[in-house]
Design a protein around this ligand. Structure first.
Ligand code: TRP
Length: 330
């Protein structure tokens, strides 16, 4: 059987080249080897307050970017979490088998809740909803970044606990895709991963940034005090710029070394900026075409949800049966 891949992305903040090179570009590359579901997790987004109009727009923007980047809707499913009711329903059923102590240990909850004045219960439950996303489709592979590993392990723990309480029901999701994408760091601070929610102007290059802005952001990127590129002693900022160039260009290490060794940082940045612009340009062009036809986009999302709903419904029904919840027979 073809392994099923599931991943999710929150419709908050701007998708950036870190999301593209670290996730999206890989999904595009491997999509035909798997049965893939790409889920826009709007129910996760509302675990912190979102302005309704912005959230509405973001969901469509992300769906259009998936398509523009090359996700093939004839083969892969692109869907919005809230349009398949099984996500929320399974989350509740799993909540009832998840010890609070497990959730208490989640580092992302600690980090996110520290920044909030008042913390919604949804933020605490966030990892259970993510477990539901995965287990609902009996996904085999869940490509996520390092920062989501704890949540993925929790999903496995929840599946195991459910299976031991109620009998074998869930497939154990494997932790990772064998293929890893580039890990792009913040341009202003190469010690942290590029983030959708970081607010600093020099932090990220968004997939929809125009060339002027891209040049400006990259020209300001943090480097180090070497006079030029030195592959032996370079700091993390220079390494990050080279990694971005290499991920976009798909050059070999030898090509990279031959071309960039000794290059002054101003020139390096110019080349990284031009490479980035040239690779984002066709995606941005397709994006503009896709959003010009809202009916098409709605159709993709509807078809995606319709295609996965039978699997979701079957899982919810099975879980209910296993738990002894009322499942009408007629
Ligand atoms: N929590 C993930 C993130 O912030 C998003 C997500 C939600 C997800 N549900 C998922 C990722 C299911 C993989 C599978 O990146």
């Amino acid at each position: 059987m073809t392994p099923r891949v599931l991943s999710g992305i929150q419709p908050s903040g701007n998708l950036h080249i870190g999301n593209y090179l670290g996730a999206l570009a890989n999904w595009v590359r491997i999509q035909h080897d798997y049965e893939s579901i790409f889920c826009i997790v709007d129910l996760h987004a509302i675990t912190v307050y979102q302005k309704p109009d912005e959230l509405r727009a973001k969901i469509r923007e992300i769906a259009a970017l998936f398509l523009a980047a090359g996700i093939d809707p004839k083969h892969s499913r692109i869907m919005v979490q809230s349009t398949v009711s099984g996500h929320a329903e399974l989350a509740w059923l799993l909540t009832c088998v998840t010890p609070m102590g497990w959730l208490d240990r989640m580092t992302q909850f600690k980090a996110k809740s520290a920044a909030q004045e008042s913390v919604g219960d949804g933020l605490f439950q966030y990892p259970v909803l993510m477990a539901a996303d995965i287990l609902l489709y009996q996904a085999n592979i869940v490509p996520v970044g390092e920062d989501q590993m704890q949540h993925l392990e929790l999903a496995r723990d929840i599946a195991q606990r459910f299976n031991s309480l109620y009998g074998d029901t869930f497939v154990m999701p494997a932790t990772k895709l064998p293929l890893v994408g580039a890990r792009v760091m913040g341009l202003d601070d190469p010690s942290t991963k590029m983030s959708k929610s970081a607010l600093g102007a020099g932090h990220a290059v968004a997939m929809l940034d125009d060339p002027t802005r891209i040049r400006k952001t990259i020209m300001k990127a943090t480097t180090d005090s070497n006079p030029g590129v030195d592959f032996e002693t370079m700091g993390s900022g220079v390494a990050n710029l080279l990694a971005i160039f290499q991920a976009f260009s798909e050059w070999t290490n030898d090509q990279m070394q031959a071309h960039f060794a000794g290059m002054r940082y101003g020139d390096l940045k110019k080349q990284v900026a031009e490479m980035t612009i040239s690779k984002l340009e066709p995606i941005q062009k397709r994006y503009a075409e896709i959003v010009a036809d809202p009916g098409y986009l709605e159709g993709v999302l509807r078809d995606g949800a319709d295609a996965v709903r039978p699997t979701a419904d079957a899982t919810v029904r099975l879980v209910k049966e296993r738990m002894g919840i009322y499942t009408p027979t007629a």
